[in-house]
Ligand binder design. Structure first.
Ligand SMILES: Cc1ncc(COP(=O)(O)O)c(C=O)c1O
Length: 387
């Protein structure tokens, strides 16, 4: 079956957060794709809609089985059903976990630059963000393990929130990195939350390793967030799972998400996840191949037109992380200028912390004609910015 990723969908009509903008603007910021979803998912939702009854829901066995089978078949990772629980999203899960497993004023460690909402989940709950900035050299980010250990060793540090594959730098962490992180968290008795939401968007030749598989020691203090929502673009359906192998920790997290009322699914959350993980693979493979073409267009564009801007080589996600330090020391002004002069909306890197201030994040998950439009606007706006 072939899928039409070139189709332009008018999302201004459907309350899209991404497209709630002015008529002339073009959004390439938030991690939300502009493609029609997988036909297998649409079919499942249609058939659920036809049942015509939308009361409270339970979470059926098939929901958990679809996660277990997908991780086994696609990622060669084994999960036990007893460790899985439903949650209405990864961010609701993270915020609830922060509230339940840490105390007010505790330190929560993150590796910066990183997904900006991690900051909110920590700060909104009156915990302290303890950033361990990654080292950056010649376009390559590495974990500064010395700094990380210092921060994990502090007695006020109780949780480490980790992103794998990493948003925004697009890195798939190696087995060696995961083992080192796991060992440090065990040594300093820090709980580890691994957000693996981008794991199905790895580029050709890269396979992500889940923390679930790393060691039996870390599995006792590990919480993993999993979801079909990034790869299948289902964020509006609010569906995810949390995996916790340690029964005592499972109970704690489960109590937390129930107290926070984020443990019950809407009707479509269940059907969409099951359809994605049961019948969505051919669509996902076609999507990843379309995204790789877009990435090539973007890479060629920067090489030819703006060689001074470095596109960080990524291994996963549909987010390009652009080092604009040759243009500006603060991309907030640059992004605002691009928006005002051309309508193109990109994410300014500062929101991700670390050295993000000199970077821009570009979401290229859209039909190629729309990407070309974005590149044209970028070229025009940047030339004017540099005048
Ligand atoms: C790393 C990461 N975690 C979580 C989310 C959002 O998850 P959810 O929509 O399930 O709350 C995103 C969205 O971009 C993300 O990049």
């Amino acid at each position: 079956m072939s899928y039409d990723f070139d189709q332009l969908i008018d999302r201004r009509q459907n309350n899209s957060y991404k497209w709630d903008i002015k008529e002339n603007e073009l959004p390439m910021w938030v991690a939300d794709m502009d493609f029609a979803t997988a036909p297998a998912i649409t079919e499942a939702l249609k058939s659920r809609l036809e049942e015509n009854a939308f009361g409270y829901n339970t979470v059926p066995e098939e929901f958990f089985a679809s996660f277990i089978n997908w991780w086994q078949d696609y990622h060669q990772v084994s999960m036990q059903k007893s460790g899985l629980m439903f949650c209405t999203g990864v961010v609701p899960a993270i915020s609830s976990i922060v509230r339940k497993v840490t105390e007010v004023n505790d330190n929560v460690v993150i590796l910066t630059p990183v997904y900006n909402i991690f900051f909110n989940s920590i700060l909104n709950n009156q915990r302290q963000v303890l950033a361990s900035p990654m080292s950056y050299h010649e376009g390559n980010y590495q974990i500064d393990f010395e700094d990380l250990e210092k921060k994990l060793a502090l007695k006020e540090t109780t949780l480490f929130i980790f992103c794998n594959p990493h948003n925004p730098i697009g890195k798939v962490w190696s087995q060696a990195d995961l083992e080192k992180i796991g060992a440090l968290c065990v040594k300093h008795q820090v709980l580890l939350l691994s957000d693996e939401i981008h794991c199905d968007l790895t580029h050709e030749g890269y396979q992500y390793r889940s923390f679930i598989d790393i060691s039996s020691a870390i599995s006792q203090q590990l919480i993993v967030c999993l979801a079909p929502t990034k790869a299948f673009n289902l964020a509006g359906l609010q569906t995810s799972a949390i995996y916790v192998e340690n029964p005592a920790l499972f109970e704690k997290v489960n109590r937390g998400i129930n107290t926070d009322e984020v443990a019950e699914p809407n009707t479509f959350a269940i059907q969409a996840a099951i359809a994605a993980f049961t019948n969505g693979r051919p669509w996902l493979e076609a999507l990843n191949s379309y995204l790789s073409q877009n990435r090539k267009i973007l890479t060629d564009f920067f090489k030819k037109r703006f060689p001074e801007i470095r596109l960080i080589e990524s291994q996963a996600t549909y987010l390009a992380w652009l080092d604009c330090s040759a243009l500006t020391k603060d991309t907030a002004d640059f992004c605002q200028f691009l928006r005002e002069t051309t309508g193109l909306i990109l994410s300014e890197g500062d929101i991700f912390g670390g050295n993000g201030q000199q970077f821009v994040r570009w979401n290229y998950a859209c039909p190629v004609s729309r990407l070309q439009d974005g590149l044209g606007r970028f070229e025009k706006g940047t030339r004017e910015f540099l005048l």
